[in-house]
Design a protein around this ligand. Structure first.
Ligand SMILES: *Cc1c(COP(=O)(O)O)cnc(C)c1O
Length: 380
């Protein structure tokens, strides 16, 4: 059994993807070919954003937004403590200070109340400039943007949606990667929309920021590539990856998104009363980058993972360490007692195999395995 079945997905899409890739080979526009424009047009229309800039990966996407916003040393950027390293890494990379905020135990996402508390603490201290807020759509579920946006507007903070795991998720009819002042996503292979290598994209309605990011992404170019008006980066999406993404995006829209939601629903029904299953708030739809259950303790979680492994069932721990526990952030100030939920989630969370291609048979195996390990089998 695969944790996320990318081989099966390729088998299904092989004919279409192979043709697309061969076409790129024949045309030999390996960088900036027509597929890159075709893809960004498709994505921005779907998401409902005015501009889409593709780039080398989801980490660069975050970095380019913060860079275009002028985030620098002396600024503080609020970020959830429970996330993938990139969300916080880019803040420090630009010389700014990350401020770790605790998450909501039910949704795994940035807790709006704790965010407001953190903003007030930083304001009262007066040591830093208020830079921006990064909210993350963890495991595929959009963060609570209604509340978070209200807090950001109140305090004059820019909001960045890290939708690396959230692409195709929704709040009402509004799609992930359309919230805040800018949104980013990642095309890392195992994400809801993944390519066959690294890739990323940025969405925004702000024309000036879009133009600035476009320049930063290509060596700070001005009117053309050999006119350099600022120091930038080299961060582009390859044409081959764009070609693959065009076909994978169609599959996501046509059936993968609805299939994975059916599979997640089936897990939740079968695991009811066995373990704590993910809670999706009313009106929200997850992209199911992960299906993450909660156990009662670290010991129970670790034992379960080990036992499932022996049965040939792969699981993952997202995340074993939250941001404030990372040695790379040892010099960053934080208040341990304010990050308790995040710390606990590191101990009790376990992500189960899921993909739009997970069979009922494999899913039954996972559920039976969990019941057996926890001695919660059906009473006969
Ligand atoms: C994967 C991920 C990223 C980084 O994306 P890359 O394409 O791997 O650079 C950023 N934030 C979150 C929440 C992620 O899951």
């Amino acid at each position: 059994m695969e944790f996320r079945d990318l081989k099966k997905q390729y088998e299904v899409l092989k004919d279409k993807i192979d043709l697309r890739v061969l076409d790129v080979m024949k045309n030999a526009h390996y960088i900036g070919g027509k597929e890159v424009t075709e893809l960004s047009d498709m994505l921005k229309e779907y998401v409902g954003a005015k501009y889409c800039l593709t780039c080398a990966n989801g980490t660069d996407a975050l970095m380019l937004v913060l860079k275009a916003w002028g985030i620098k040393s002396g600024d503080v950027v609020f970020v959830p403590d429970f996330t993938f390293f990139s969300s916080a890494e880019v803040i420090a990379l630009l010389g700014a200070t990350p401020y770790f905020v605790d998450v909501d135990e039910k949704t795994f996402n940035l807790d709006p109340e704790k965010l407001e508390e953190a903003i007030n603490i930083v304001k009262a201290e007066g040591k830093y400039n208020l830079g921006a807020v990064i909210a993350v759509d963890l495991f595929g579920l959009p963060a609570d943007y209604e509340k978070i946006q209200r807090i950001c507007s109140k305090h004059g903070l820019k909001l960045l949606e890290d939708g690396a795991q959230g692409f195709s998720g929704k709040i009402g009819d509004r799609l992930a990667c359309s919230f805040g002042d800018a949104s980013t996503t990642s095309f890392f292979p195992a994400k809801p929309l993944g390519c066959y290598g690294d890739g990323g994209a940025i969405f925004t309605n702000d024309e000036e920021v879009y133009k600035l990011m476009k320049s930063y992404a290509v060596h700070g170019k001005g009117d053309d590539k050999y006119d350099n008006v600022r120091i930038g980066y080299n961060s582009r999406l390859d044409t081959v990856q764009a070609a693959i993404l065009i076909e994978k995006f169609k599959a996501l829209k046509e059936y993968e998104f609805s299939d994975i939601n059916k599979i997640a629903k089936r897990y939740t029904e079968m695991l009811k009363g066995v373990v704590e299953t993910p809670e999706i708030p009313e009106g929200f739809t997850s992209a199911w980058a992960q299906y993450t259950i909660k156990l009662n303790s670290k010991e129970e979680r670790d034992n379960l993972q080990k036992a499932l492994k022996e049965m040939g069932i792969p699981t993952m721990i997202y995340y074993p360490k939250s941001m404030h526990m990372q040695s790379a952030f040892k010099d960053v100030d934080f208040m341990e007692e304010k990050l308790k939920t995040s710390t606990r989630l590191c101990d009790i969370s376990l992500s189960l195999p899921i993909s739009p291609y997970l069979t009922e048979e494999d899913q039954n195996k996972v559920v039976d395995g969990i019941k057996l390990c926890l001695n919660k089998g059906e009473k006969k």
